[in-house]
Design a protein around this ligand. Structure first.
Ligand code: CU
Length: 234
């Protein structure tokens, strides 16, 4: 028991230490995804609250006491209305859940169909156990991604070996990198800052090391950085 307590306590230390918060979106893509999480969670909590209230109420109402201790309930043959009710309610809940989920999923898939005119192109290659980012001018960085603010970024995702998953919780994802396939993801960062990213698909012994830092910069700073990096490799 003591061990479990320690484990839970240390988990919290780790969780507060990381910058992988999903519910702190800094792009429209991440905001939509965060909305879906909160919406489905709220719906789930409504069901949870109703079930718990009924559970406690029935426990107390039908508990055994001195008056009813010899009472044996009649053998019910079922109630069609009750059966219909608790079959229809989940259908309604699923329909409510499906509307925003399907529309946001289709919307985000449709975005990838066309590239915005002013998009920054970045090639992302995942390999055991690091990330390589290739920029339009030939510059490459490892585990260190830089993006300009307020411009759409089109990521072209490829894997060198096995399946990885590209994820920057505050900006968007996850999108799987599948060997032999090229996938795309478009994100527009709305705020400068440093955001953690990581591989979200268990990909081997050092999977946890497959983290990267995303720095969103003012566009002029970004261009300057790209230029400086280019001069270094020339
Ligand atoms: Cu990986």
């Amino acid at each position: 028991m003591k061990k479990i307590k320690w484990l839970v306590a240390s988990l919290f230390i780790f969780l507060t230490g990381c910058n992988l918060r999903v519910l702190d979106p800094k792009s429209e893509t991440a905001r939509d995804q965060s909305f879906l999480i909160q919406f489905s969670f709220a719906l789930m909590m409504i069901v949870f609250a109703i079930v718990i209230i009924l559970f406690v109420w029935f426990l107390s109402k039908y508990r055994e006491n001195d008056q009813n201790k010899d009472y044996i309930p009649a053998d019910e043959k079922g109630s069609p209305w009750l059966e219909i009710t608790w079959t229809v309610i989940p259908f309604i809940l699923l329909a409510i859940l499906a509307v925003p989920t399907v529309s946001i999923t289709f919307e985000q898939s449709a975005q990838v169909e066309s590239t915005p005119a002013n998009a920054v192109q970045i090639e992302v290659t995942g390999q055991q156990f690091s990330w390589t980012f290739s920029y339009q001018n030939g510059v490459e960085t490892v585990n260190n991604l830089r993006l300009p603010v307020d411009r759409p970024v089109e990521f072209t995702l490829r894997s060198e070996d096995i399946i990885h998953s590209f994820w920057i919780p505050k900006l968007g994802g996850k999108k799987d990198l599948i060997p032999g396939k090229t996938r795309r993801m478009i994100v527009t960062p709305e705020e400068t800052g440093t955001y953690q990213g990581k591989c979200a698909e268990f990909c081997g012994r050092e999977h946890t090391k497959m983290r990267f830092t995303t720095t969103v910069m003012e566009e002029s700073e970004y261009e300057q950085w790209l230029q400086e990096m280019k001069e270094k490799i020339e």
